[in-house]
Design a protein around this ligand. Structure first.
Ligand SMILES: Nc1ncnc2c1ncn2[C@@H]1O[C@H](COP(=O)(O)OP(=O)(O)OP(=O)(O)O)[C@@H](O)[C@H]1O
Ligand SMILES: [Mg+2]
Length: 583
């Protein structure tokens, strides 16, 4: 797949001196980005060991800003060096060839190539992809022989506590395990039970990645268990208790692993010299996850975008590829469409918004950015922002195209047989909760609304108030988790003013259609939630039984008090093991 790079170095004219200097500046900017990324990532272990949760949160946010900063720096450098020649495409074509030479030997070549693309796209405001000056298929360099292995391997006849102890002890923490012997024997038991359910027999191999995955208050060991042809994921979440490090669970099903690596959690901090090798490992235990989602999960979301884009474009070449309207209620702010065969929605900000929305395009983008940099606590879908995409027109049914042109003409235009989209967010597609409940069996409906309440509460604990708490703004994943995807009314919960509805003092007040008392921007009346959280019926009864406290102003005030104390809450992306958990 490195054909693009080598082809360009072979066929293109030699790069002039200023081009070489510009390429050197791009490599240097990438090195600064990656150096910064690794430095922050490496802090994760110490943050965990010291229980410095605020520091960990600050690191996560700081790391997200790095890419932009260093691409900006590279663009400025390149403009300085190239001056009037900055828009000469033949020069850039030669520069790409030169850049490929430098990137080729890197263990993170695909990331360096994506970085080069980001710079060219910014300089040229490229629409679609410019094959002459961008890498079409950034790809990793050849595996470096002799580097440290990605994972260790244990090969045993039976999984006993000794093996697990060895595995756990291989990680050199500065803090001891609180109860290594006990935890190891319980994990061994959980693994043995899972392995015994496999059809295969014979020795068991356990591979465990040497790098630890950190997120919020958790540290995760990630590996796989293999017997014969059968492979199980192995995810071991660790917590830093007061007493030391404790094992909190042992997850061995693809669904559980997949939730830990899901798109509604913030990105992991994991120090890996050769990202592609890790991605391939993760893919071997979560075959249903797309490669781009795995890159996102480890913090390389820009490269995730490259992978997604390439994947998408290849798919759209199929004669049957068609976009479609997204299922569910039309948004007032966003025009949403999907690719049915691809688990993805595309969200475009409309040109104008009907009442009662009084927001602006910039304010909507700010909300999406707010979600991007915050801890998403497993309840907010990750949205990737794309600019200047170009899709084949034949992939749009006429009514969808007419709709997009009528509500978002500032963003969508047709040029010949292409549809050009100036700005769009992509998100994983989920089933809108209102649609799910319409067709669900009573038991499934009940579980879903209970999950909906859990989602509202998890978000609240993380200082997020979703504003539009309506079923149509939440969706359910294939694993049954409920997440929110509508961000234009999201705000900090600590900034909301939760109020009781004042008692009317006159007949006019009592029967007034509109509130007769002043309602400020930040005012929220929890008593009113009853009317719209869940439609009346049995399902609502179940919801109120589990989450009736949401209607009580005291619930919200309590959360606000906890937030004011500065507690960093964590939400666990797995069921905590009852066996491992202490009273
Ligand atoms: N990630 C997603 N998966 C599936 N469907 C989605 C997703 N995001 C949005 N939708 C669909 O698109 C519709 C509009 O999206 P969204 O709620 O984000 O827009 P909005 O304009 O902000 O809505 P509102 O008018 O409620 O403010 C949703 O009601 C839902 O049916
Ligand atoms: Mg909505």
């Amino acid at each position: 797949m490195s054909a693009i790079g080598s082809e360009s170095t072979l066929n293109l004219p030699a790069c002039p001196e200023i081009g070489n200097r510009a390429v050197a500046a791009i490599h240097a900017a990438y090195d600064r980005y990656h150096g910064g990324f690794e430095e922050i990532t490496r802090r994760a272990r110490e943050r965990f060991e010291r229980r410095d949760w605020r520091g960990a949160q600050a690191d996560a946010t700081e790391r997200l800003a790095l890419y932009r900063t260093h691409v900006d720096g590279a663009v400025a450098d390149v403009r300085d060096i190239l001056q009037d020649a900055v828009m000469e495409r033949t020069l850039w074509a030669a520069m790409r060839g030169r850049h490929a030479l430098g990137a080729r030997g890197r263990p993170d070549a695909e990331l360096a190539q994506t970085f080069f693309n980001s710079v060219t796209r910014r300089v040229f405001s490229t629409v679609g992809v410019d094959a002459a000056i961008e890498y079409l298929a950034p790809s990793p360099g050849p595996a470096e022989p002799g580097g440290p292995p990605l994972h260790d391997r244990e090969r045993v006849e039976t999984v006993d506590s000794e093996v697990i102890r060895r595995i756990l002890e291989r990680f050199e923490w500065s803090v001891p395990y609180a109860s290594l012997r006990r935890d190891a024997s319980i994990v061994a038991r959980i693994i043995t039970e899972a392995v015994d359910r496999l059809p295969a027999t014979g020795p068991v191999e356990i591979d465990v990645v040497r790098s630890v995955f950190y997120r919020n208050k958790g540290a995760y060991l990630v590996g796989r268990v293999r017997r014969g042809a059968a492979v199980l994921p192995l995810v071991i979440p660790l917590l830093r208790a007061e007493r030391g490090i404790v094992v909190d669970a042992a997850l061995l099903s693809p669904n559980e692993a997949s939730i830990v690596f899901g798109f509604s959690w913030s990105y992991f901090r994991v120090d890996v010299p050769r990202p592609r090798e890790l991605i391939e490992f993760l893919s071997s235990i979560m075959p249903l996850k797309r490669i781009d989602e795995l890159y996102n999960a480890i913090g390389y979301n820009k490269h995730g975008k490259t992978e997604l884009y390439r994947n998408l474009m290849t798919y759209l070449e199929l004669p049957e590829a068609r976009f479609a309207f997204a299922e569910g209620d039309e948004g007032m702010v966003m025009a949403v469409f999907t690719l049915p065969a691809f688990n993805l929605v595309f969200k475009i900000i409309k040109d104008s918004f009907g009442a009662p929305k009084n927001t602006t395009r910039q304010a909507v983008m700010d909300k999406y950015h707010f979600v991007f940099v915050r801890d998403r606590v497993g309840r907010l879908a990750d949205a990737q922002e794309f600019e200047h995409l170009e899709f084949p027109r034949r992939c749009f049914p006429e009514d969808l195209l007419a709709y997009l042109l009528s509500v978002a003409a500032e963003t969508v235009r047709v040029e010949g047989d292409q549809v050009i989209v100036r700005h769009v967010y992509t998100e994983r597609r989920v089933t809108p909760l209102n649609i799910f409940l319409r067709d669900a069996e009573p038991g499934a409906a009940r579980e879903a609304v209970i999950e909906y309440g859990n989602a509202i509460k998890d978000l609240a604990a993380a200082d997020i108030f979703t504003g539009d708490m309506l079923l149509k703004n939440f969706g359910i994943t294939r694993n049954g988790r409920v997440i929110c995807y509508d961000y234009d009314e999201l705000c900090l919960l600590s900034e909301c003013r939760f109020r009781r509805i004042p008692a009317p003092t006159t007949i006019e007040e009592e029967f007034a259609a509109e509130p007769w008392f002043f309602v400020g921007e930040q005012d929220v009346f929890p008593e009113e939630f009853r009317a719209f959280l869940v439609p009346p019926g049995e399902v609502r009864d179940g919801f109120l039984e589990a989450h009736g406290d949401l209607l009580d102003i005291e619930f919200w005030h309590r959360v606000q008090r906890r937030l004011a104390q500065g507690d960093v809450v964590d939400v666990f992306p797995y069921r905590r093991s009852a066996l491992l958990r202490r009273a």
